[in-house]
Design a protein around this ligand. Structure first.
Ligand code: EPU
Length: 420
């Protein structure tokens, strides 16, 4: 195990190149196995969750070849095996195997997913979708068993707007007989990315990115080449880090439209933002206004940026209120920020943050974005060295984080954790 050591107080300066989106990649990789010939995915992020998915595919007999940030996935020899345990439990997005294995083999047994368990994360809407398509679903000793003789298109209304359920139903329905309509679908850019890949494979999906998605099923899908969209959450994290350290950075290789809510909030606080075609420059200021932030489904402020944003709000004047309307209780970073001297009170689904200088401390990341929040907090501290354990969570979703921060002038390094 390793920990991150951060001697903060240095403004970030320079350019950071953003990799492909983790939350797209971990849906596109399983989607690729729906094709009967090889699929090539470009612009993959080098993050642990992608490696874990590649290992799961190998267990299924799929051939996975890496070349730089490109992965070639050949499922010519895929076999259908139950996957109750093992790597599927390490990864939230292993639930996509339910949709693809059901579509490909008419049956799947997949252990309930693990991943960042900052609160219970039900998958009832995924199951509702599979059942509507004609599958029988049962829970067998903690694994979901799904079976269907023939998947048939259906009209499905999602009771909650869910990224995972929208994608999983799209995956299964792309090989069902007839038309499936998803109402109240999620609109995140990652959903459009998955629909784009599936359509390049020969699927017929319309409306991705709106609340109504129509999928006309097809009997077979073919290989293709697809480049993954940039990671808007990594980009937003660096934007917040630049503002928090009063730095001046260019976040490059992004789609600025995906970050509109983030950009608007930083401007409201007083940061200077310049938007270009594929990059955003953030110039931090010494004084920030307090703001209220509501984390919502896309195109609202992303819940995945809520924890990093909490750290920035400690640097604002006065009291800010941050409310997460996607998850009730995504606040595992708050007790750790309190150790660093933050003044934060939790009230229901809100964090009430009073601006105050932070101090160096030993803290622990308990999930991916909580980890990012602690890194940003530590970067603002100008005396002492902060130690962040639980780096394995951060490695799940940030490509080259330490190197990127070092290139922009941060004093950050990894150290082995001593066994006690
Ligand atoms: N929900 C249900 N039932 C369901 C599915 C979701 O009640 O069947 C609820 C959840 O509990 C939550 C809300 O609906 O309150 C939204 O959940 P969603 O299904 O959209 O989340 P997800 O698909 O499991 C993905 C990302 C998360 C990101 C959310 C929201 C992946 C693998 N994960 O999760 O990313 O926070 O969408 O945008 O794509 C992260 O990257 O750190 C991360 C947690």
């Amino acid at each position: 195990m390793e920990k991150l050591m951060i001697a903060g107080g240095r403004p970030l300066r320079g350019t950071v190149q953003i990799s492909g989106a983790k939350n797209s990649a971990i849906a596109l990789i399983p989607a690729a196995i729906l094709a009967d010939s090889p699929v090539t995915l470009d612009n993959l992020p080098k993050v642990k969750d992608v490696d874990t998915y590649a290992e799961i595919l190998c267990e299924l007999g799929v051939s996975v070849e890496w070349n730089g940030d490109t992965m070639r996935i050949d499922s010519g020899r895929i076999r259908s095996i139950p996957m109750p345990n093992g790597q599927v439990k390490q990864l939230r997005a292993s639930y996509y195997l339910m949709g693809v294995m059901l579509a490909k083999f008419g049956e799947a047994t997949i252990g309930l997913p693990g991943g960042c368990n900052f609160e219970p994360r039900p998958i009832d809407q995924h199951i509702k979708g599979f059942e509507a398509l004609g599958a029988e679903v049962s829970n067998q000793y903690g694994s979901i068993h799904i079976k269907a003789k023939q998947l048939r298109g259906a009209k499905i209304y999602l009771d909650v707007v869910s990224v995972g359920a929208t994608i999983n139903i799209m995956l299964a329905a792309s090989r069902a007989k007839g038309l499936t309509t998803i109402e109240n679908a999620a609109k995140e850019p990652e959903i459009i990315d998955v629909a784009t890949l599936l359509n390049s494979m020969g699927a017929r999906i319309k409306g991705a990115g709106t609340e109504t998605i129509r999928i006309e099923g097809t009997d077979s899908l073919q290989g293709c080449r697809h480049s993954i969209i940039p990671d808007r959450i990594q980009a937003g994290t660096y934007m917040i880090a630049a503002a928090a350290t009063r730095g001046d950075i260019l976040v490059d290789n992004i789609i600025p439209k995906h970050l509109e809510a983030m950009t608007a909030k930083l401007q409201e606080m007083g940061a200077h933002i310049y938007e270009m075609d594929e990059s955003i420059r953030v110039i931090g200021q010494s004084d920030y206004a307090n703001v209220d932030v509501k984390a919502l489904v896309y195109p609202g402020f992303a819940t995945d940026l809520q924890s990093p944003m909490t750290s920035l709000l400690t640097q604002a004047n006065g009291v800010s209120i941050l409310t997460d309307y996607v998850y009730n209780n995504r606040f595992k970073h708050v007790p750790e920020l309190l150790r660093m001297g933050a003044k934060i009170k939790l009230e229901g689904r809100s964090a009430v943050v009073e601006g105050s200088a932070l101090n160096a401390a030993k803290v622990k990341a308990t999930d991916l974005r909580a980890g990012a929040s602690l890194v940003i907090a530590a970067l603002t501290v100008d005396k002492g060295v902060s130690e962040i354990s639980g780096v394995e969570y951060i490695d799940r979703g940030y490509d080259n984080l330490v190197e990127n921060l070092q290139t922009m002038g941060a004093e950050v390094w990894r150290e082995a954790e001593k066994k006690v």
